[in-house]
Design a protein around this ligand. Structure first.
Ligand SMILES: [Zn+2]
Length: 192
């Protein structure tokens, strides 16, 4: 399910020059959705609000899909060099000290983090993301960019919040990390 993005950008620019993101609602009950650039496209399928949240995660938060299912030809990303760094919620880095969301990881959480081993509700390094079943990792086990009806989870949520702050919704953050000491309580230390 896609839209004429060129037309949408032109119309939005002409009519709403301060636009920030677009959600296109297609009057069709077919299940589906997509995100291209800053545009989310969704149908009026009954589960549409959940799809809308997911697509908004792409279009506004610049989040990657956390699926492990193959997508042949999808461009690779890397956080260890090259021209295409991975999105905020996925990484190909598996060395604990170099994980970009390390401040979110409890010192007791094993890396990589095995689903079903007692850490499913915590930030970790779960293998399988961005259409790869190996070599690519997600920060949470079951999050909205992988399963509809789940929360975004902490790291993708932070990416969304940062997007708000750097995208014209107010002043810039003084700090970006939840805390510098991972032993402290992340949830109470964020964005203070
Ligand atoms: Zn998606």
């Amino acid at each position: 399910m896609v839209a004429d993005t060129e037309l949408l950008y032109a119309e939005a620019g002409a009519r709403y020059p301060d636009w920030d993101t677009m959600i296109v609602l297609v009057n069709d009950e077919t299940y589906g959705g997509s995100a291209t650039g800053s545009i989310s496209v969704i149908s009026v399928y009954q589960g549409m609000p959940l799809v809308a949240q997911h697509e908004f995660g792409h279009a506004f938060g610049d989040l990657a899909d956390e699926y492990s299912t193959p997508y042949p030809g999808y461009p690779a990303c890397s956080d260890t060099g090259g021209t295409n760094p991975c999105e905020a919620n996925v990484t190909n880095v598996s060395t604990r000290a170099n994980i970009k969301w390390l401040p979110w990881i409890d010192p007791n959480t094993p890396i990589p983090t095995i689903p079903g081993s007692g850490y499913d509700n915590m930030v970790g390094l779960f293998q399988g993301a961005r259409y790869l079943s190996t070599g690519m990792y997600r920060s949470g086990n079951e999050c909205l960019m992988r399963y509809l009806g789940r929360p975004f989870c902490d790291v993708p949520t932070q990416a969304m919040v940062l997007r708000f702050y750097t995208g014209g919704w107010g002043g810039r953050l003084q700090t970006e990390s939840p805390c510098l000491n991972p032993a402290r309580n992340h949830r109470l230390e964020k964005f203070t």
